[in-house]
Design a protein around this ligand. Structure first.
Ligand code: HEC
Ligand code: HEC
Length: 287
């Protein structure tokens, strides 16, 4: 299996400069650890959804070092949790001209928001496009609270998407990809397989053809998004999936799309569909 993947690697000359086989078979592919968070076993591998060209799908957690992995297994050690607590406070805080908080309409988040993260991006007929969690939350703020929009990558938005996301932790990702979503799914798929940038690489060159191999000092995963917003040790905080997409595009010296752009929304939908069946891990911890 591993050898077949390495053969494909030859296709990208530039990739060959960057990517090497895991030093020693211990590093190849996903490891065998079980992701148990606060006593609950999360689904970190699953049979690949139809149309996804790998045998199995794996959470990015399975490619991280034991030290990074352990941070996500215990909520007291998870460095994202103080931010999640801020999200819980904002949930209760009145903001905007309508004099409402999230809780005024949605009551207890652990009931009203359970399962929500697992189904986003989600089609919205009024909008005529998919809502991400961020755009849905901003719609509630502007239309229903008469409050200001939050910026995509703002502290308030990340705290809230992490808090809402946590209410689905452990539940399998399941997004709609047919009907009006088909067009968005197909655009995301195109973007995933299109080579871009000075290095002339696609997402697939790294995350489909070469997961399990090393790229410089990093162990390549399948680029799944079931843990977002994710706490990255390198960032020293939480970041959105769109921030990660942007970073990956910049690493191959491509001009990245903007956070919240139609392109990144389509990519988010497509990646969510590639990870269908994996547990929501929000807030995940990565290096
Ligand atoms: C005035 C009432 C009201 C307030 C205040 C409000 N919402 Fe909403 N929210 C709604 C309604 C109504 C919907 C359903 C909209 C729809 O289905 O089109 C909704 C939908 C949502 C959804 C999508 C749920 C799903 O099942 O897909 C999320 C997430 C959400 N709100 C988060 C928030 C957050 C976070 C806040 C505070 C920043 C907030 N809302 C404030 C009324 C409100
Ligand atoms: C040159 C190789 C390369 C390319 C091309 C690339 N990435 Fe990545 N990506 C990485 C590396 C290295 C990491 C960090 C280690 C890991 O999780 O694979 C990463 C991480 C990620 C993660 C985080 C996974 C997690 O578990 O948190 C996502 C999501 C991601 N990439 C998406 C993309 C998307 C979308 C594209 C195409 C626009 C892309 N990547 C292109 C190298 C690449």
């Amino acid at each position: 299996m591993v050898n077949a993947k390495k053969a494909i690697l030859g296709a990208a000359a530039s990739a060959a400069l960057l990517i090497s086989a895991g030093s020693g078979s211990a590093l190849a592919d996903a490891d065998n650890s079980n992701l148990i968070v606060e006593g609950e076993k999360l689904i970190s591998e699953a049979v690949a959804p139809a149309g996804v060209d790998v045998e199995k799908i794996y959470s990015g957690w399975r490619f991280r070092s034991p030290e990074t992995q352990s941070l996500q297994m215990d909520d007291f050690e998870n460095p994202a949790m103080p931010t999640v607590d801020i999200g819980a406070d904002i949930w209760e805080t009145v903001d905007g001209a309508a004099g409402k908080s999230c809780a005024s309409c949605h009551n207890e988040a652990d009931e009203s928001m359970k399962g929500v993260r697992a189904g986003y991006p989600k089609w919205d007929a009024d909008l005529g496009k998919p809502h991400t969690l961020e755009t849905q939350i901003n719609e509630c703020r502007t239309e229903r609270m008469e409050a200001k929009k939050w910026k995509w990558e703002s502290g308030d938005m990340l705290a809230m998407t992490a808090y809402v996301g946590l209410q689905s932790r452990g539940m399998p990702v399941k997004v709609q990809t047919d009907g009006p979503m088909a067009k968005w799914h197909d655009l995301g798929k195109d973007l995933y397989y299109t080579r871009v940038g000075q290095l002339n690489m696609s997402c697939a060159n790294c995350h489909e053809d070469n997961y399990g191999n090393m790229i410089r000092a990093d162990h390549l995963s399948q680029g799944q998004i079931n843990g977002f917003p994710t706490y990255r040790l390198k960032w020293g905080g939480l970041g959105s999936s769109h921030r990660r997409f942007k970073g990956c595009m910049e690493n191959i010296r491509a001009v990245a799309y903007k956070r919240g752009s139609d392109e990144f929304i389509a990519l988010e939908l497509y990646l969510a569909s590639r990870g269908a069946g994996l547990s929501v891990e929000t807030p995940a911890v990565r290096n």
